[in-house]
Every structure is written in C-alpha cells, then in structure tokens.
Design a protein around this ligand. Structure first.
Ligand code: CMC
Length: 392
C-alpha cells in the first residue's frame, strides 16, 4: 500500500534506466548507443546497427562478418511451420500472422522458456529471431497473395534476401534493385530502436515475468500493430489515398483532425516525446525525394503529403500543440515506391524494430530487473453484500 502516484500513459514516469537509446524530444535528437541517427542512416547498415544496439559496440569487420554469417545460417524456418500458413484466412492481416508465428517459434525451441538462461542459449535465440522474422514476414505477404513461398537465398545480403523472398517467383529470375535495397536498409536503421515506446515497454514488461524472448517479441509485435503506434504508417497512406479520391482537398482533412467531436487524428502527426521535429521524419523525407527520383517514380501521394504537411504546420491548432510529422508520415511513400503493399507497412516497422526490442529485453534481463507490476488507484464500488440471482 502507501502513496501511489497516478500517471496514466506513463507520460512522466521512467520505467527503467537504459543505456541503449538517447532521445531529446525538445531538440529532435536521437542516438543509438551514443551514435547520432543521421550518421548511422548515412554510413551504417541495418545488421551493423542491430549489432550495435544488442552488444553495445560497433563491430570490427570480423565480428560483423561472423554475426552476419550466423544470421544467414538460421534464415530457414522449420518446415512444419510452413503448414501453419495454410491455416490463416487469405485476408489475414500480416501483423496477426507475424505475431502468432513468432509466438509459435517458442514451441520449436522450448529451452528458451527457462527462467535461468545460459548466455549461449540467449545468443542463439537472438540470432534465430533476427534471421527468421524476415522469412516469416515475407512469407506472410506471399500467403496473402496465394503465391508460392520463396526460400531464403544465403548468397544475398539481409535486405536483398528479404526483397527476394517478397518479390521473387520460382518461374523467373529476380534481380534486386540496389536503390531499393539501400533505401530499405536506411528505413530499417531509422526504425531500429526508440527507447521506452509502447512496444519496447511491452517487450520489457512481458519479458519481466521471464516469459521467453519469443513470447516477449510477439507481445511487442501486437503492441506495435495499433494505429497510434506502428500501425500509423498504414493509416497515413490510406488517409492520403482518401484525400486523393476526394479530389485532393487537404484542408478538409486538417479540419477533420481538429474536430474534437470526432476521434479522427491526422495520421503520421504528433509524438509523445518529439515536440519540435522528429529527426527520423526529416531523414525519410529526403530519402523519399532521392529514391523516387532515382527510380523515376512520380507518386501523387508524395505531393499530397507535402501539401498536407504545409497546411498543418501553418495551422495554429498544430503549432500550439507542437504536432509535427513523425517517422510514419513519409515512410509509407517509400514503401510504396518499393512495391511493398500497404498492409505490410507495419510489418516493415516490426522488422526494423526487432533489434531494438531484443536489446531492450537483454538489458532488462542482464540488469536483473524485477517483474513489472504497476499499481492503481481503485475507484470501484465499496464493499457490498452478494445478492442471490433470484433477488436481483
Ligand atoms: N491529429 C490531431 N490532433 C492530435 C494529433 C493528431 N495526429 N496528435 C495529437 N493531437 C492532439 C490531441 O487531440 C491533444 O489535443 P488536446 O490537448 O486539445 O486534447 C493534443 O494534441 C495532445 O495529444 P495527446 O494525445 O495527449 O498526445 P500523446 O503524447 O498522448 O499522443 C500520439 C501521441 C503519437 C499517440 C498522437 O500524437 C497521435 O495519435 N498521432 C497520430 C498517430 C501517429 O501518427 N502515431 C505514430 C507515432 S510515431 C511512430 C511510433 O513511434 O509509433
């Protein structure tokens, strides 16, 4: 008992001490393990960033090669799991498939469920997850289309292999476009961690009961799915398409988002922590222009997004509340340019966020944090006597 502080949504409550990601919302600063996101997006690769987040150092060439080689060796999933895909309805949302398939991985590796973990087992689980989630994600798309599942190709890089599993067909040769592979790498880096956001906190909370890493990551995928979190990237494109279908009137959408009688929000706008700008959104906007240019794509949704941003940023409602485009605002336009379908956008976010979730879980376990168990302020009925059903 004792005094309980109420902070719904944990707006002002620190849940842990963390050495992984630094975020300064006022100044729009994001660093992984001290390294600015701008430098990592420009110079690093997704698997190097994964290594950095999980092991707290930039790898040497040899360490990186070994890390990549281990991941490459684990990209296949158990053949029995392929049958699971037959059971989902063809309209199944790939995030639902992803969450349940990751949870199912734990049934194939029951040793991951022990409370006391051996470092080698933890290491193997981490490698398995990094390797297999990409395969599971790509196959959830193939399943939704009714296309044959494509096995991973170990000669390809991580991003090339993902694109291969997504888009190759057994009937013809598939060549990965390097512009697309590079853009995907950048997008994954930008999503790789974001301190104690809803899904990372979920991973830590579920993992704090010593549930397996697979179970904790599956819980994180479910938390990410919601439209206020990772699900926003899908909703942004759907919103832009609605504007396009209705003749391109961005002002109308902005007015609707300001209406307090409706639950509608401008998707891809606003952030719990960033109150001036989201550094990831700035990078993505530039990459978007560059990649669409390089691919020779003229997407009218990009123009709509830009004018929507301009109208909102000049509107006192958004200015007063410090609402700016977030990471999800332009990412969908890039995914579209890569031919990634809208319902896969949040899966792409999950793929990028995976190393962050793993690092958050590992830190929580390494620091021997106690089980997460918030308190509440009870506002229900006082004690009352049970009334037999015949007397009610
Ligand atoms: N459109 C219209 N009004 C908004 C929006 C928006 N996108 N976002 C916040 N507001 C208003 C909100 O109604 C409130 O107004 P008032 O003070 O008059 O009641 C005020 O701004 C503060 O909002 P809040 O809901 O208290 O802020 P929060 O920190 O709880 O929520 C958020 C943050 C990201 C959930 C919210 O801004 C939002 O719903 N944005 C749209 C969804 C979205 O783009 N989510 C992706 C977030 S970035 C990727 C990730 O990390 O998941």
């Amino acid at each position: 008992t004792g005094y309980i502080t109420l902070d719904t949504g944990y707006k002002n409550t620190g849940s842990t001490k963390s050495a992984i990601t630094f975020l300064d919302g006022e100044n729009g600063i994001l660093r992984y393990r001290g390294y600015p996101i701008e430098q990592l997006a420009e110079q690093s690769t997704f698997l190097e960033v994964a290594y950095l987040l999980i092991y707290d150092k930039l790898p040497t060439q040899k360490e990186l090669d070994q890390f990549i080689s281990k991941i490459t060796q684990h990209t296949l999933i158990h053949e029995d799991m392929m049958k699971f895909y037959e059971g989902y309805p063809s309209k199944a949302h790939p995030m639902g498939v992803l969450a349940s398939m990751i949870s199912a991985l734990s049934t194939f590796y029951p040793e991951s469920h022990k409370s006391e973990l051996h470092p080698d087992e933890v290491e193997l689980t981490i490698i398995r997850l990094l390797a297999k989630v990409s395969t599971i994600a790509a196959w959830s798309y193939k399943k939704s289309k009714g296309f044959p599942l494509m096995y991973p190709q170990n000669r390809l890089s991580y991003t090339e292999n993902f694109l291969h599993m997504m888009f190759a067909q057994p009937t013809e040769e598939f060549k990965v476009n390097p512009v697309v592979a590079n853009a995907l790498d950048t997008l994954l880096i930008l999503h790789a961690d974001h301190e104690q956001n809803c899904s990372a906190s979920t991973v830590r909370m579920a993992g704090s009961s010593h549930a397996s890493l697979y179970a904790a990551i599956s819980a994180g995928v479910c938390a990410l799915w919601g439209p206020l979190h990772g699900g926003a990237n899908q909703q942004v494109i759907e919103m832009l398409q609605r504007i396009q279908a209705e003749g391109g009137n961005v002002e109308k959408m902005v007015e609707k988002a300001k209406d307090k009688d409706s639950d509608f929000r401008l998707m891809g706008f606003g952030h719990r922590v960033y109150k001036n700008f989201d550094p990831r959104a700035r990078i993505i906007k530039d990459v978007c222009d560059k990649v669409l240019n390089e691919l020779g794509i003229d997407d009218p949704l990009l123009d709509i997004a830009k004018s929507l941003e301009e109208v909102a940023l000049n509107d006192s409602y958004f200015v007063e509340r410090k609402l700016y485009p977030n990471v999800d605002f332009y990412s969908g336009i890039l995914y579209r340019a890569m031919n990634i379908p809208t319902e896969m956008f949040t899966v792409m976010f999950a793929l990028g966020r995976l190393p962050g979730w793993i690092a958050q879980w590992k830190e929580m376990r390494d620091n021997k944090e106690p089980i997460s168990r918030p308190r509440q302020i009870y506002v229900g009925a006082n004690e009352r006597d049970y009334v037999p059903i015949s007397d009610r």
